[in-house]
Ligand binder design. Structure first.
Ligand SMILES: [Zn+2]
Length: 78
């Protein structure tokens, strides 16, 4: 009996859908976190004032802020 294989939603790597694939349907914890992050970004637009992970640099934050500002402006125009 062959095991079902699914594609990792993040990177489309084939993942055996079995208990040994700990992060199924994702190929890895990293892909799982990326997907959850995307989901959070898409569905929770409420400004998050929680502490920022230290690995996120100032440039990234500025970019993120600019993006959020742009979305707010779009929102108010409509
Ligand atoms: Zn993956």
């Amino acid at each position: 009996m062959s095991k079902p294989v699914v594609q990792c939603p993040t990177c489309t790597t084939e993942v055996v859908f079995a208990p040994e694939s700990r992060f199924r349907p994702f190929c890895s914890e990293r892909c799982k976190l990326i997907d959850l992050g995307d989901w959070a970004a898409e569905n929770h637009r409420i400004p998050d004032k929680s502490p920022v992970a230290p690995e996120l640099g100032e440039a990234y934050l500025a970019e993120l802020e600019a993006e959020l500002m742009g979305q707010d402006n779009e929102f108010f125009r409509n």
